[in-house]
Ligand binder design. Sequence first.
Ligand code: FAD
Length: 407
Amino acid sequence: MSISGTGGVSFDVDDETALILESLEEFVAQEVEPLEEDLDDLLTNPRRGYHEDGRLTDELLEAREEVRRRSAEAGFYAMNLPEEAGGQGVPPVTWYRAKKRLASKGPGLARHVLAGPEGPKPLLLQAAGEQVERYLEPAIRAEKSTAFAQTEPGVGSDSPNMETTARKEGDEWVLNGRKQWITNAPYADFIQVFARTTPQEEAGRYGGITCFILERGEYEVGSYNNVVGAPGSQAEIHLDDVRVTDERVLGEVDGAFYAAMEFLSLGRLELGAEAVGFSEFLLERATEYANQRQAFGEPIGSFQQVSAKLARGRAKTYAADAAGLKLAWKVGRDERTVMDSSILKWFATNVFWEIADAAVQIHGANGLAEENPYMGLLHQARILRIVEGTDEIQLNTIASQMGIGGE
Ligand SMILES: Cc1cc2nc3c(=O)[nH]c(=O)nc-3n(C[C@H](O)[C@H](O)[C@H](O)COP(=O)(O)OP(=O)(O)OC[C@H]3O[C@@H](n4cnc5c(N)ncnc54)[C@H](O)[C@@H]3O)c2cc1C
């Protein structure tokens, strides 16, 4: 007698996904790793990557650009976007697995193979008319990079309360306001900036916000917002009477917040995949070290306080990965994923944080050494618990989806 059957659930890696992952591996080995070897000193010495004010060095920027360009040529960079737009139209599960696989290679250049915050996001698929040729297509080909500007000095989590405005004067929109913490702002060819176009009292909490495309030179890039451990990527944007015509409205006037909310789950899936991939990288490195490093005449892994950290990390990464796959699967079926995406974002980034901390601890002083990747990843984990909805915002969402309390 046998007890079997899957009840319709499948964790199979289908043939197409297997092929994509295999060719990604080949691409990384042939096109990315040689670049990493050439730039070993730059990549393992974080201080060589940026100037005193935080600006990334040309050498680092060019290396990342080179990876993106080669990846776009090979058809990987924007693989999740539809074929009509110039992407590959791969399903969310495949994209999740690819993102995770690249992150599992650690913090080198491989993570730049697939589009990140500088690249085309689904929001840009709203491009119409000339916008397609001028912004969407070059972004997909990695010839132009972009930034998504929502956060302001006065509002982060509560972004619908933004103070940046765009008012219509004749044929022109006039934008005023300040954005900060905008990833890739110092280097972007164009930005997608959110501004209030109709007051909240008239348009409702999430209405009345419009997205505008501004080209470099049309706005001022202010100071760098340098984060500990990973400076140089975020900066302020100053909008002082910036004038553009309707041609720069991305999507519907007053509809940008709703459009952005449609793609929230994909953003959280992306961060979840990175968190799981980096956790796998750290577990592998820390396991190797625990088996090899000797103390008191034994490998440190034989001490239960060390092995338990790794075992807990393995169990939690396993669960986070399952949550990632389930979210990707549901997104691919166009199912409602508000709670699933908050669960993944909160859980996977906290697991990553816990494992990064364990990896530092297990490596002892070597864990703190600048030339090793552990403190850098600990910082990265800390960042992921704040961007795209903090821990608290994710837990609020889960609670409200459970029918507890407020919104
Ligand atoms: C590295 C990095 C990159 C970023 N990139 C971008 C980007 O490209 N584009 C962009 O627009 N923004 C970007 N941001 C900004 C980021 O999205 C915000 O920092 C984030 O949304 C949190 O906003 P805040 O920092 O203003 O914190 P706040 O919203 O002021 O929150 C402060 C604290 O209060 C808590 N809190 C707030 N409201 C509640 C509540 N209702 N219940 C419980 N707790 C609450 C928060 O969880 C947090 O712990 C980036 C930030 C960083 C650090």
